[in-house]
Design a protein around this ligand. Structure first.
Ligand code: AGP
Length: 608
């Protein structure tokens, strides 16, 4: 996520902004910039790279005099990291400057409309549309212009805006992306997150959706999107700086788990237009989609697990043969990629050495590669022929959660797009699945609210030595991820097994009290998995079951049940994984493990 800081007060703004942005560096970014009113005009300085580059460029802010300013650290979503794409963005007359955190879903049609009205763009960002749109509506009243823009744009945004004609004011606007404001005896502040202004004040106002704030040196006014003035109560922050970086959560991993509803929304909604799936970045015509004979999915770790899920979904609805391979295996086995094979490389970091090597191997063999990547401008993103971004924002915890959920969404969209183009998904089924996709964020939220129950159950297993996860079909893929989440952060040995395969050896390991987590969300396979649960229970296992609401039959064979809301059977991974993420997290917390930075692991495995 991008970072926003703004200041209007008695002191020089640039040093305050730089200090605030440094406290937001943990959020991950690729470029930084500031806009400061210098008494005559708005000056902007910005650059790709670390905040240090901007500090050196501006001599710690000294080359940007003025007491009113906004600043930004950018996590690229639309437009690769570059000086031009860095924020703030000007309107053409350089009398308005904007910083933005979020995604403007309808930026393309707005950009086209503005260009048709003579506006010229200098960047590839969705944010620059906002600068010109505010200019378009600005007739001397900033609040009126801002609220008109709010009625026009769709998507998520936290904005900081300054107007050269109103040098005694800063405007802050919020929809979905977080934004706070604060005040002390020396001025007023805006920020994406508490750490940026904790040094100056602990009394903050959390801006709600569709609210606008006008900040002056010594007071603030709050408005609705209809320009009605409202009163707000401040909140006193009692977190320390470290806790503040995590938004009050104990670990980044927990914070990122709770960001999953937004991650899913941000990855899903920009690609649903007029009840159809539009994946502009796919770069494939319907003819090319119809010409696909096989899909090869290559990835590592959790990304591989989303690939295994995608095999079931794509083969199930698009009827295209899919092979899924670990990148470390693919790159050395001289893979056979026939004519008409499409390669998909999935990677959160976009820097995983094995996955990058697999991409290069595929291209060497003459095949186009689609990257499904979270980090804009990463190596895999740059070298893939086309990239479908997951827009999960920077993921700090080594154990992936929100990026994993976003990858699933990207793969569902791909499967449905292919199925529809190839005539394997009728209109009714397509619309029903779209409805199920849109319900996922709310259903994930419901499951996250369950955390205390999961925590109590997890505390019973912090001493466990072996845990097994079993399932069939997509439930097997879910089991893989549930197992990895547990073992990589709690260091408890765990393995995922195809439930039907247990009797071919592994069942010999089941002893009295062994925990077996059985995932049973596929109704067509429910009875089979139920039998496997009975098998392990007969040998002393304690069975944790994860299944759909209403499947109470499972209580015949399970010792502990977790129910997930009903959704399309192809999408259950997005829900069943939530309690399994929480389970792994709370076992690790109970063991006192370093949850965000587990031993021996790196966030991105850039070596073989
Ligand atoms: C998952 O929690 C791990 N962090 C790890 O398995 C990770 O998924 C794998 O290393 C792939 O990383 P990537 O998605 O950045 O390529």
């Amino acid at each position: 996520m991008c970072g926003i800081v703004g200041y209007i007060g008695k002191h020089e703004a640039a040093p305050v902004i730089l200090e605030g942005l440094s406290k937001l560096e943990y959020r991950g970014y690729d470029s930084a910039g500031m806009a400061v009113f210098d008494g005559e005009k708005i000056q902007i300085q910005k650059s790709v790279g670390r905040l240090k580059v901007l500090e050196e460029l501006t001599h710690g802010g000294a080359t940007m005099p003025g007491t009113v300013g906004i600043g930004h650290t950018r996590w690229a979503t639309h437009g690769a990291p570059s000086d031009e794409n860095a924020h703030p963005h000007y309107n053409q007359e350089e009398t308005i400057a904007v910083v933005h955190n979020g995604i403007i879903e309808n930026y393309l049609p707005l950009r086209e409309k503005l260009i048709s009205k003579g506006y010229q763009f200098v960047s590839d960002t969705d944010t620059e549309v906002l600068a010109h749109l505010i200019d378009y509506y600005y007739k001397g009243n900033p609040l009126e212009a801002i609220t008109k823009v709010m009625h026009r744009v769709q998507g998520s945004y936290a904005l900081g805006i300054i107007f050269a004609e109103y040098p005694d004011q800063i405007f802050a606007v919020r929809k979905d992306s977080p934004l706070i404001v604060g005040q002390n005896e020396n001025g007023c502040f805006i920020a994406s997150d508490v750490p940026a202004i904790l040094k100056y004040t602990r009394k903050v106002y959390f801006i709600e959706n569709q609210e606008v704030v006008r900040l002056r040196v010594d007071h603030m006014h709050f408005y609705t999107v209809d320009e009605e003035e409202i009163e707000k109560e401040p909140v006193t922050i009692d977190w320390d700086a470290d806790a503040a970086e995590k938004g009050g959560y104990e670990h980044f991993m927990l914070k990122e788990m709770y960001e999953q509803p937004k991650t899913v929304t941000d990855t899903l909604m920009p690609r649903i237009k007029d009840n159809d799936i539009v994946i502009e970045e796919l770069g494939m015509s319907d003819e090319e989609i119809n010409a696909i004979r096989k899909i090869f999915i290559v990835a590592c770790g959790s990304a591989y697990h989303t690939g295994v899920t995608a095999k079931y979904v794509i083969e199930g609805i698009a009827r295209i043969p899919v092979e899924v391979d670990l990148a470390s295996e693919f790159r050395y086995r001289n893979p056979i990629l026939e004519e008409g094979t499409m390669v998909v490389v999935i990677s959160q970091s976009g820097e995983t050495a094995d996955s990058l090597a697999a991409l290069r191997e595929s291209k060497k063999l003459g095949h186009k590669v689609l990257g499904i990547v979270n980090v804009v401008g990463s190596s895999i993103a740059r070298e893939a022929d086309n990239v479908m971004y997951t827009w999960a924002g920077p993921e700090i915890a080594v154990a992936t959660t929100k990026a994993y959920s976003a990858q699933l969404i990207a793969l569902y969209l791909l499967a449905m797009k292919f199925a529809k183009v190839r005539g394997n998904l009728d209109e009714g089924a397509f619309k029903s699945m779209l409805g199920d996709l849109k319900r996922l964020p709310g259903q994930i939220e419901r499951l996250l609210a369950n955390k205390q129950r999961i925590q109590r159950f997890a505390n019973r297993y912090i001493g466990a030595k072996d845990v097994f996860f079993i399932g069939r079909g997509i439930d097997y893929a879910i089991s893989m991820e549930g197992s990895l989440k547990l073992k990589e952060i709690s260091y408890i040995h765990s393995e995922a097994y195809a439930a039907g395969e247990l009797k071919h050896g592994t069942i010999s390991l089941i002893e009295e009290g062994t925990l077996v987590a059985a995932v049973a969300t596929q109704d067509t396979l429910f009875q089979k998995t139920l039998s496997n649960m009975v098998e392990v229970k007969a040998r002393g296992a304690f069975v944790l079951a994860v299944t759909n609401e209403g499947n109470t039959d499972i209580e015949k064979a399970a010792d502990y049940c977790i129910y997930i809301p009903r959704t399309n059977p192809y999408f259950t991974n997005s829900l069943a994984i939530i309690p399994l993420q929480l389970f792994g997290y709370y076992v690790a917390v109970g063991k006192g493990c370093d949850v965000d930075k587990p031993r021996n692991l790196a966030k991105s495995v850039t070596v073989e």
